[in-house]
Design a protein around this ligand. Structure first.
Ligand SMILES: *Cc1c(COP(=O)(O)O)cnc(C)c1O
Length: 382
């Protein structure tokens, strides 16, 4: 065996021993909530399709019409010929929803953060990140070469201490956080973070991947908090049911991002059909407030019935502890017809492996109640 294959095998074997090896299971999502996996039909509580728009007739029609008219792909970077008019239209809609001057659409949310942070920060600057920030914020911080400090999760006082001690020695400072934490479902204290950032002349970047469409009447967690956040990033791939990422900000900031963000410049533009789907999804978000409110309502019904802390977003963690216990919990629910994927380290910290449940508008109250009963009796053993 050559050294490369041996390296890969040994690495995988070591991970398997710790129940951390991962597998791709082929999954067909047949509508907004049901999936087919291994020949079985399961009710999914693991999709981020909070408003079930991936399969909404108007969203699908918009994408199909755009493919028929403009083709399957963008053909080049947005800086060359890949900036289709639908992307500009989408940027204006996103900026209006978020209350900023303008916006920039990226190929994905991951690409957005991996491009935004290094376009703003460099060596000699300071990035301060909530400990549970999403992987792509860490990637952006790393690519920027700025000094990166971590503040304890949602601990505004700790952030204040770090800013007091270190802000003065750096040219610029950027605070980064998720608005809704992707694996815990709790919310960042955005008003307090914004006030503290302002006090220390630090900029604030909020990743609202899981807030758009489901909090703040659909506008997201920043709107809900009423905080002044100059850098509002998010994705089109969760509640909007499409694909792509975005940053909403002032005109000069977006001009700089368009000029300097390497993940925008050196990556092909978003396919026009993804923008068309997102635009159709925004019509639904803005026109159907009851749909937007329902995922959180169901998550709260679940946490009440399962005797867990009240949900703050459509994401509810059910902590199992060890990786193998999370896998066993997922299997137990699968036997009852539910898909609830186990989340293990390094996605979450050691000892906090969990089921991460995501509630969507199309889930039925009776299924949520049955899931709560199973989780309470079989996993939490209460
Ligand atoms: C999913 C997610 C992203 C990445 O978005 P994609 O469009 O899927 O690349 C970024 N941030 C958070 C918090 C996420 O949950």
């Amino acid at each position: 065996m050559d050294t490369l294959d041996r390296f890969a095998r040994e690495k995988l074997d070591a991970l398997a021993l710790r129940d951390l090896r991962r597998t791709l299971y082929e999954t067909e999502r047949t509508d907004g909530v049901w999936v087919e996996r291994g020949g079985r039909r399961l009710l999914s509580f693991s999709c981020n399709d909070y408003l079930n728009l991936t399969h909404h007739p108007k969203v699908k029609e918009a994408a199909a019409a755009a493919v028929a008219r403009y083709g399957a792909g963008a053909g080049a970077s947005r800086l060359v010929t890949g900036s289709h008019p639908l992307l500009g239209k989408l940027e204006r809609r996103l900026a209006a929803l978020k209350g900023t001057q303008t916006a920039c659409v990226f190929g994905s949310g991951y690409l957005a953060n991996a491009g935004i942070v290094p376009a703003l920060m460099r060596e000699g600057d300071l990035v301060l990140a909530d400990a549970l920030s999403h992987a792509c914020l860490w990637a952006g911080a790393k690519l920027s070469d700025a000094r990166t400090l971590v503040f304890r999760h949602n601990d505004v006082a700790h952030l204040g201490e770090l800013l007091s001690e270190h802000r003065g020695a750096h040219r610029h400072a950027l605070v980064v956080t998720d608005g809704v934490f992707s694996m815990d479902g709790d919310l960042a204290p955005l008003a307090e973070l914004a006030a503290l950032a302002e006090k220390f002349d630090a900029w604030l970047l909020v990743d609202d991947a899981h807030g758009l469409g489901v909090l703040g009447g659909g506008a997201g967690s920043v709107a809900q908090s009423r905080a002044a956040v100059p850098l509002q990033m998010g994705t089109l791939s969760k509640a909007l049911g499409s694909y792509g990422g975005y940053l909403c900000a002032s005109a000069p900031v977006i001009d700089l991002i368009r000029t300097r963000a390497r993940t925008l410049i050196y990556s092909t533009g978003l396919p026009p059909a993804s923008a068309a789907a997102a635009l159709a999804a925004l019509d639904i978000v803005e026109g159907e407030p009851e749909r937007c409110a329902r995922p959180l309502m169901l998550a709260r019904a679940f946490t009440r019935a399962a005797d867990l802390p009240l949900a703050q977003s459509p994401i509810v963690p059910v902590i199992a502890g060890a990786a193998k216990d999370a896998l066993a919990a997922a299997l137990a629910l699968e036997e009852e017809g539910f898909l609830a994927v186990a989340i293990r380290p390094p996605t979450v910290t050691e000892g906090t492996a969990r089921l991460r449940l995501a509630f969507t508008a199309a889930h039925r109250e009776e299924d949520v109640a049955r899931l709560a009963e199973l989780v309470r009796a079989r996993i939490l053993r209460r």
